[in-house]
Design a protein around this ligand. Structure first.
Ligand code: NAP
Length: 358
C-alpha cells in the first residue's frame, strides 16, 4: 500500500511530539514535513526539541534530521510535500483559524487539535466512534472555502472524551441531565512535573475555558448534519467542574446522569459491552477493538494503571451505581494526549482516508 504523506504543524510542541511518535509507527502514514514557529524554523527537528522532549520514548530517528519549516512562511512548500497535515499550535484563536483556512484553501486537508474551529458549523468535530457521520459536512465546507480537496476537521476537547463516550450508547433512554467533575492531568496544560512544580501534592480547582468547552462541545458531537451545517443538540443539560490534578497523563471524570426512561444497571452494562462503531467495522489502525471497558473492581479504573488500555485509545469505566439525586453515577477515564489529542486525531485522519475524504 502506498502511504499517505503527512506533515505535522506544531511538531515541536507537546501534542506535536506525540504525532511525530505515532506517525513513525503508523502503517498508512509517512512523516514528510515538520513545521513550527519561526523560533524553531531552520533547525533540525532533533535540535528544535532538545531539552523539551516531553515523552518517555526517544525522538524517532526518521524525524531527527528533518529541517523544521516555518508553518506560515513555508506554507506552499509544505502543501506540495504532503497529502494532509495535523495541526496542533499554541497561537491566538483568530490566527489559528486563519492558518488552518489558508492550508485548506491551498487544497491541503487539515486535521486540527486546536479549539479555534471546533464550533464553526461546517467544520466537523469528531470522535470517530460517536459522530463519524459528521464528516459529510465537509462538502459544504469545501464549497464555502472554494476548495476541491482542502478542508478542516477537528477533534473535540480532551476533557469530554472520558464521559461522552460512556453516555453515548445510552442516548435512546433520553439523557435528561449530566453533572461531570473532571480530574485532569498536567500534560493537558502542555506541562510535566518538572515544568509545573506547583502541582506536586496539589489540586487546582480552575482550568481556564475548560468548563465552557466541556458543557458545549458534547452538544455539537450529538448534533445532526442539516443543510451543510452541524446543528447542535438541544439537550441534555450539562454542568461540569474541571480540576487540574497531580497526574502526568489521563483525565478522570466523576459522572452523574438522569434519564427520561431510566435503564437498569444490566441494560447499561450491556450497552457498554456491546458498543461498536464504523471505526471498528473499518478496522482503523488506531481504533480500539473494544471502545468501552467496564471494571467491576471498585478500585478501578485508576489513572496510572488504566490510561494506556488499548494503546491509550479505549475508555475505562467503573463504579456504576444508583444515586440519591440523579439516576446513576459512575467514573470514567481516558488518556488525554492519546485518545484526547494526537491519537484521536490520527484515528480521525484514518477515518477520513478510509471514507475517501483524503
Ligand atoms: P505546546 O506544547 O505549547 O506547543 C505549541 C506548538 O505551537 C509548538 O510547536 C510551537 O512551535 C507552535 N507555535 C507556536 N506559535 C506558533 C506560530 N506563530 N506559528 C507556528 N507554530 C507556532 O502546545 P500543545 O500542548 O502541544 O498544544 C497544541 C494545541 O493542541 C493547542 O491548541 C492546545 O489547546 C491543543 N490541545 C492540547 C492537548 C494536550 O493534551 N496538551 C489536548 C488537546 C488539545 P515552537 O516550538 O517553534 O514555538
Amino acid at each position: 500500500m502506498q502511504k499517505y504523506k503527512v506533515g505535522v504543524v506544531g511538531a515541536t510542541g507537546m501534542v506535536g511530539q506525540q504525532y511525530v511518535h505515532l506517525i513513525d509507527r503508523h502503517p498508512w502514514f509517512d512523516l514528510t514535513v515538520v513545521a513550527a514557529s519561526p523560533r524553531s524554523a531552520g533547525k533540525s527537528y532533533g535540535e528544535a526539541v532538545e531539552g523539551r522532549w516531553r515523552h518517555d520514548y526517544p525522538v524517532p530517528e526518521a524525524a531527527k534530521e528533518m529541517t523544521v519549516l516555518d508553518a506560515a512562511a513555508d506554507m506552499e512548500r509544505i502543501v506540495a510535500s504532503v497529502d494532509f497535515i495535523f495541526c496542533a499550535v499554541d497561537m491566538p484563536k483568530d490566527k489559528t483559524r486563519a492558518l488552518e483556512d489558508a492550508y485548506a484553501k491551498l487544497e491541503c486537508p487539515v486535521i486540527s487539535n486546536n479549539s479555534a474551529h471546533r464550533m464553526t458549523p461546517d467544520v466537523p468535530m469528531v470522535i470517530p466512534e460517536i459522530n463519524g457521520d459528521h464528516i459529510a459536512v465537509i462538502e459544504a465546507q469545501r464549497a464555502r472555502l472554494g476548495s476541491k480537496r482542502g478542508f478542516v476537521a477537528a477533534k473535540s476537547n480532551c476533557s469530554i472524551q472520558s464521559y461522552v463516550p460512556a453516555l453515548h450508547p445510552l442516548r435512546d433512554y433520553g439523557i435528561k441531565s449530566i453533572l461531570a467533575c473532571t480530574y485532569q492531568a498536567i500534560s493537558g496544560a502542555g506541562k510535566t512535573f518538572d515544568t509545573f512544580p506547583d502541582i506536586v501534592d496539589n489540586c487546582i480547582p480552575y482550568i481556564a475555558g475548560e468548563e465552557e468547552k466541556s458543557e458545549r462541545e458534547p452538544l455539537k458531537i450529538w448534533g445532526t448534519v442539516q443543510n451543510g451545517e452541524i446543528v447542535m443538540a438541544l439537550s441534555p443539560a450539562i454542568t461540569t467542574q474541571c480540576m487540574r490534578v497531580a497526574c502526568s497523563d489521563g483525565h478522570m471524570a466523576a459522572v452523574f446522569v438522569s434519564f427520561d426512561k431510566k435503564p437498569t444497571i444490566e441494560e447499561i452494562l450491556s450497552r457498554w459491552q456491546s458498543f461498536s462503531s464504523r471505526a471498528q467495522e473499518l478496522a482503523l489502525p488506531s481504533a480500539p477493538k473494544q471502545f468501552l471497558h467496564y471494571f467491576t473492581d471498585p478500585y478501578r479504573p485508576q489513572t496510572r494503571l488504566d490510561r494506556e488500555l488499548e494503546g491509550g485509545m479505549a475508555i475505562s469505566i467503573g463504579r456504576l451505581r444508583e444515586d440519591s439525586q440523579y439516576d446513576y453515577k459512575f467514573v470514567c477515564l481516558s488518556h488525554n494526549t492519546l485518545r484526547g489529542a494526537a491519537g484521536g486525531a490520527v484515528e480521525l485522519a484514518e477515518l477520513l482516508c478510509a471514507e475517501g475524504y483524503i
